[in-house]
Structure formats: structure tokens, C-alpha cells
Write a protein that binds this ligand. Structure first.
Ligand code: 0X9
Ligand code: ZN
Length: 353
């Protein structure tokens, strides 16, 4: 008389086109490890195979996969504009990956609520650009929500670069100084011991090379409209240029799009919400070889570095927010990101010729 539970589950998952049994659940209890991020992505691909595709776009120096997730609405159209997001360039910026995973979760699992963002756009997300550096920062003592002051990279949790060896004893290239636009300009160094080491040539770091290739191919196809790279922890949204004191030609448009995030976040009904400033990158400090300058240079009309906040009210947490704040922080950023995306879709509704 009663169908066994597993049969009902099988029937339901079949008719909805998803596998309920394997469906992964996004969590904000703790920071995901590299392995957990990979598992989460694989779970989504299995459960939502019509709308999700994983691609390994390269390998890190220590041979970890750099996996992008392409999110579509499943209608099979191949010519849509693209929003490309990455996170985790810098090893210690722990909040950034989980922020990217939150966006992925909203677009894939909460598809019904967000399907307007996927009608004429595909999203490609690389949640962890620098898995070796990040894994290194998780290799010390367990994070117990202590306040960490990163004055140097000596504390493993404060490591910034990748883990590629150099001549001499010092390890690591700063992947966000290793892109081909303005390489070597501004705040960077040719000293391998420096935490902003630019590498031996543009794209000498495998992680930057893989991201650069992806950016270039999206720009060349003219599908790439907005590039957004999550960093922390300054609390601002930056547009080009960073390598020199010049404003992007379409600075006004960049400001308009970024301002929609600021306004949406200000409306959040939370006791404390972030107040991002919108500035050209060079106003923070000039820095050449960044990914966002490169994306703008090769043809993304909109390109941002988003620096997630370093504090909540009086609590300054810098790169390592206590885990009980993850949930509200990622929710706030998603509200801002969604507002930016809506504005972008308004400004660039169809593919550029
Ligand atoms: O220096 C960086 O790579 C970024 N800041 S961080 O604290 N996350 O390291 C900013 C890069 C964007 N541009 C400029 N600094 N101009
Ligand atoms: Zn950073």
C-alpha cells in the first residue's frame, strides 16, 4: 500500500531531473578545505548535470586541479554572455572561497529564485585559484576563531603567495602580480623573498597562467562581460586601472555597476552591514600584473577586484573572520553580487558583435 521511502525518493529525483540522494548542501559552519571544495563541486555536477559542467583549466604547482564550474539554465544555448568569477588568489583570504561557493549554490541549488540571472548569461566560477597556498595556510594548528594579526607571512595562516620554489631559499610567487598587464609596476617586487614577488616572467606561475588563459578565451569570444575577483580584507570594490594612475575609459559605467552592490547591501536589514567604497585600483596603491587589469585590457568591458570586509562593527578579523560570522558575511556579499549582475544584464543584454 505504501511505497517504500527509497522508491519515492527515486521517483521524485527522476521526475525533477536531480538526484536528491546525492545533492550536496552548502554549509557555513567552517571554512571548506580544498578537498571539500572539490567534493562540493562534483556533487553539484552529479546532481544538476543539465545545468552544471566542471572543467579543469589547469593544475597548481603542486598538481592540484584548478576546477571551474560553468552554470547555465540548461537551455543549451551556446552564445550567451558570461560573468566570470574567481576567488582565493591569496592563500590567507579564507572568506573568499566560501563567498564564491555561496554564489554557486544560489545559482545552482536556488536556481528558481535566481533564474533571471541565467536567462541570457552563463556564469563561470573558479572558487580557488591558489589551492597550494591555501592548503598550506590550513596545515598549522587548527583555527579556533582566534584573532590573527598578519604582520608577516611567518605564521602559516598568513601565507599569501603560491608554493612554487624560486632560486634561493624563498618560496612563492604572488599570483596577483603575475599577469601580463603592467607587470612589474607599482607595489610589487622582483625579490623572491618578498610577499608580492612578481615571478620570473608574466604567467610564470601555473595558477595565473591558467586563469589568464580562461580570461583571454572568454574575451576573444566576446562572451566575457564582467570579471570579478574576490579578495580580502579591505572592504572596497576596485575597477581599472591598478598598474598606473589612470581611470578606465568607462569608469562611470564601472561605478554605476559597483554602486548597485553598495546600495543593495545598505538596504540589508542587518544591524551592521558593510559600507564598501568604490575606487579605481591605483587609489588603494598602484599594483601591476593583477588579474583584473589583465581582464579589462584583453576585452572584458567590466572588471573588478572585490575586497571583502575586514571587520564587523568593533570586531576586526582581517583575513580570518570567526566562523560564526561566515553566514551573514556571505549572504551580504551575495546580495551585492546579485545586484551587480542585474545591472550588468541590463547594460549588456545581448552578445556584443
Ligand atoms: O594587492 C592585491 O593584490 C590586492 N589586495 S590584497 O590585500 N587582497 O592583496 C589588490 C589588487 C587590486 N589592485 C590594486 N591594489 N590596485
Ligand atoms: Zn588578495
Amino acid at each position: 500500500m505504501y511505497l517504500p521511502f527509497f522508491l519515492i525518493t527515486l521517483f521524485l529525483s527522476g521526475s525533477l531531473g536531480i538526484s536528491i540522494l546525492r545533492r550536496p548542501e552548502y554549509q557555513t559552519d567552517d571554512y571548506y578545505t580544498y578537498e571539500e571544495i572539490q567534493e562540493f563541486l562534483k556533487g553539484l555536477e552529479k546532481s544538476y548535470s543539465k545545468r552544471v559542467r566542471l572543467t579543469d583549466i589547469g593544475r597548481s604547482y603542486e598538481n592540484r586541479k584548478l576546477t571551474t564550474i560553468t552554470i547555465t539554465n540548461g537551455d543549451g544555448r551556446k552564445d550567451k554572455n558570461v560573468i566570470f568569477i574567481d576567488a582565493g588568489f591569496h592563500a590567507r583570504e579564507w572568506l573568499t572561497h566560501t563567498t564564491a561557493l555561496k554564489a554557486i549554490n544560489e545559482l545552482v541549488v536556488n536556481f528558481e529564485e535566481n533564474k533571471d540571472l541565467l536567462k541570457n548569461y552563463d556564469w563561470i566560477v573558479l572558487p580557488l585559484v591558489n589551492p597550494d597556498g591555501y592548503t598550506f595556510t590550513r596545515s598549522g594548528e587548527k583555527f579556533t576563531n582566534e584573532t590573527i594579526v598578519c604582520n608577516s607571512e611567518r605564521d602559516v595562516k598568513c601565507w599569501r603567495k603560491n608554493r612554487q620554489p624560486n632560486d634561493g631559499n624563498c618560496i612563492g610567487t604572488d599570483p596577483n602580480r603575475n599577469f601580463a598587464k603592467g607587470w612589474g609596476e607599482g607595489v610589487t617586487s622582483n625579490d623572491p623573498c618578498n610577499f608580492t614577488f612578481m615571478g620570473t616572467s608574466p604567467f610564470s606561475a601555473p595558477e595565473s597562467k591558467a586563469v589568464g588563459k580562461e580570461i583571454l578565451s572568454l574575451a576573444n569570444s566576446r562572451r566575457g562581460i564582467m570579471y570579478l575577483s574576490f579578495h580580502s580584507a579591505i572592504g572596497n570594490i576596485m575597477y581599472p586601472w591598478s598598474y598606473d594612475s589612470i581611470d578606465a575609459e568607462n569608469a562611470e559605467e564601472h561605478i554605476e555597476v559597483a554602486q548597485s552592490a553598495v546600495d543593495a547591501i545598505a538596504k540589508v536589514n542587518s544591524m551592521v552591514s558593510s559600507n564598501y567604497s568604490v575606487i579605481p585600483g591605483y587609489k588603494l596603491y598602484p599594483a601591476g600584473g593583477t588579474s583584473s587589469d589583465f581582464a579589462y585590457d584583453v576585452g572584458f568591458p567590466l572588471s573588478y577586484t572585490v575586497e571583502l570586509p575586514d571587520s564587523r562593527g568593533d570586531l576586526v578579523f582581517k583575513f580570518h573572520p570567526p566562523t560564526d560570522l561566515i553566514k551573514e558575511l556571505v549572504e551580504e556579499t551575495w546580495i551585492g553580487l546579485r545586484a551587480m549582475a542585474k545591472k550588468v544584464i541590463q547594460l549588456y543584454p545581448v552578445k556584443r558583435s
